[in-house]
Design a protein around this ligand. Structure first.
Ligand code: ZN
Length: 266
């Protein structure tokens, strides 16, 4: 029984292969055809067939490899499933593939929906799911206790700061992860981008990220309370430093705008 991590050349995106008893689960396999083939070849070497593919969330870089596994069961959270079924990710994959010069196999699909907060039988493993909203509304974390691993999608990355779709949901997610990492820590935490982490390292990131989002809320909320002006509130938010750099530009300003919109809709 083993877990192997693969890393894409794009954004250090994580893909996982969980192997037991001649069967394998791929999580967020990606990104290019060649990168997905590495993962399949490794499963072959271990004498395992990829019977299931899991996706943590519907962002294109996490669902673009599903099409390479037509025989496997593609499983994900219900909201991610809705997003994939809408065809949005498929369109974006086609656009991003041409922008980044990537060869991507097929389109994502949904075969099975995994409700959050339950332990599911997935191939040879029991996979516990946890709702992780904040980066997207529909993230799902996967915990496999037999491998002592927790997969958290685009949260807790050491190479990015939070890219936020909902600041309050993101703070709740971080608070929940902090509790889990303190009281029920897994041996290995695998974020969607960047290296895998010990529970201690993940906890440090979670606390730094939560401080950042709290400071962002305080700055924007404080400026609105005193000046009452959207532009001043925006300026105050922009002063808050993200806890670490990221390759993606504009994400901090986007977080400020999201925070501002939540506190005072335009
Ligand atoms: Zn991502």
């Amino acid at each position: 029984m083993q877990v192997e991590r693969f890393e894409s050349a794009l954004w250090q995106t994580s893909s996982l292969l969980l192997v037991a008893d001649g069967e394998a689960i791929a999580i967020d396999p990606g990104i290019s055809r060649q990168e997905v083939e590495r993962l399949t070849a490794h499963a072959d070497e271990l004498g395992a067939r990829v019977t299931h593919v899991l996706a943590t969330h519907a962002d294109w870089d996490h669902v673009c490899g599903i099409g390479a596994f037509p025989e496997a069961v593609a499983a994900m959270g219900p909201l991610t499933a809705d997003a994939v079924a809408s065809g949005g990710p498929a369109e974006l994959i086609a656009r991003r593939a041409s922008e980044h010069g990537l060869d991507i196999v097929g389109e994502p699909r949904v075969d099975r929906r995994l409700a959050a907060g339950l332990a599911h039988d997935v191939g040879p493993f029991i996979v516990e799911t946890t709702a992780l909203a904040g980066h997207t509304p529909y993230g799902l974390g996967y915990r496999v206790r037999s491998l002592d691993v927790l997969v958290v999608g685009d949260h807790l990355s050491s190479v990015e700061f939070p890219f936020v779709s909902d600041t309050a949901a993101y703070r709740f997610t971080l608070a929940g992860l902090i509790d889990l990492l303190r009281h029920d820590p897994p041996g290995l935490v695998v974020p969607g981008h960047g290296p895998p982490l010990s529970a201690g390292q993940a906890l440090e990131i979670a606390e730094a990220d939560l401080s950042y989002l709290r400071a962002l809320r305080d700055a924007v909320g404080g400026a609105l309370a005193t000046a009452g002006d959207r532009e001043q509130a925006r300026e105050a938010g922009l002063v808050v430093e993200p806890p670490r750099p990221a390759e993606t530009t504009g994400a901090h300003a986007a977080n400020v705008d999201t925070q501002l919109e939540e506190l005072r809709a335009a």
